[in-house]
Design a protein around this ligand. Sequence first.
Ligand code: GCO
Ligand code: CA
Length: 266
Amino acid sequence: MDLSAFDLKGKVALITGGAHGIGFSIAEGMAKCGATICFNCSSEASLEKGLAAYKAAGIDAHGYAADVSDEDAVNAMVAKIKAEVGPVDILVNNAGLMKRVPMVEMRHADFMRVIDVHVGGAFNCSKAVLPDMMEKQEGKIINICSMMSELGRETVSAYAAAKGALKMLTKNIASEYGEYNIQCNGMGPGYIATAQTAPLREVQPDGSRHPFDQFITAKTPAGRWGDPEDMVGPCVFLASHASDFVNGQILYADGGILAYIGRQPK
Ligand code: GCO
Ligand code: CA
């Protein structure tokens, strides 16, 4: 094996929820490795913002607005990508949403919406790209998991249920389609400084750091929040031929959180 195994030249990558945050950084990294970038987002407004962000980064990306939980919309989007860019070689199921609500106060409809976007969305997008991957006898699907694929905490019941399910969907896609030389793996970000986690890092009225911010820094052996850039290497690896015999795994890029029992109270 030589370093060209990490190359993504000639590959078409679709990153859902790729207009900003972790998805955008992953797409930017894959573009640097040679992939043609298609990204998805849920609204026309974020599509415009996303296209401008890619343009500013010097990346000629193709953007598509579609709700990943809507099967027909996903099928139409994937067909459009195939016609305009080519069949998808690398799918990154990154689109998601967060609702932090104590479980006893959460409405069933809100719970199911979170599940539907994370799990139903990954199902719809994977299902739409798999036939071409099977025909080509190669393909990469990367599901963006979470610390909540393994751990629970207050207020995130729907998100944890969704990310746990996404981990198992990952293993099932690997099991069901591995014989077609299709690899489906997960990448689990730790606590990353993005808009999604901004409420957990908000500076307090008295100027002190948010208690959750202090808690996470202490709980992370790396001693810091992750940066969206930290997600690039693991995802490029999982998207490239360097990982062709890696299937059904979740690669956690968490600064060591899952390895650490935590600091004893002073
Ligand atoms: C939370 C956070 C997490 C992170 C991330 C952790 O409220 O605990 O939002 O869910 O977003 O997914 O890996
Ligand atoms: Ca996002």
